[in-house]
Design a protein around this ligand. Sequence first.
Ligand SMILES: C[S@@+](CC[C@H](N)C(=O)[O-])C[C@H]1O[C@@H](n2cnc3c(N)ncnc32)[C@H](O)[C@@H]1O
Length: 198
Amino acid sequence: MNKGIEEIKENAIEKGVPIIKDEGLAFLLNLIRERNCKDILELGTAVGYSSMNMARLDKDIRIDTIEKDEQMFKQAISNIKEEGLDDQITVHFTPIEEFKTDKMFDLIFVDAAKAQYGRYMEKFLPNLKQDGVMVFDNMIFHSLIYEADTIKSRNLRNLVRKIIKFRELVQNDERFDIMIFDNIGDGILVLTWRKSGT
Ligand SMILES: C[S@@+](CC[C@H](N)C(=O)[O-])C[C@H]1O[C@@H](n2cnc3c(N)ncnc32)[C@H](O)[C@@H]1O
């Protein structure tokens, strides 16, 4: 990995900024290569770590990434500029709920408020190309989905239940083909449009 990005990763971990795990990132980058994704939307920028890694794969990759936290946004802008990736990555400082675009994407990477995954999915499905892919991180949420009923904190328990519900919802939705990789990183869910007749 590029030295600058490696430092950004270490700083993020030190400060407790949640960034994608190594395994999850490797999986995501492979998927982008295999499917030749060029137009990418990311929900949840944090300090720009995942978006910079994606952009580095190919000069033709263009990423729109959304962040609502001002500190994170400023840090991401500064990191991305320093790495010379500002011509490929556009960081939008806005809540995801208020972001609007007519662009169509090859990949939509969802890595923000876990409780909102269902909403985010419906909001951005119109922006997913026919052969596009939507990827959701944190599908096992630090393995807490396996012990949801024993979680003491009510808020955390509700959040974990929402993740479990989201998993069930998409698996039973006939619009999609779903693959869930619980053993990769923090659990990755991959959604594609179901082709008619299958
Ligand atoms: C897990 S971090 C993103 C990590 C990043 N994708 C990476 O791997 O480098 C999630 C980010 O989403 C942002 N976020 C959460 N809810 C949001 C919302 N409703 N609108 C915009 N950003 C949001 C948080 O501020 C946080 O920085």
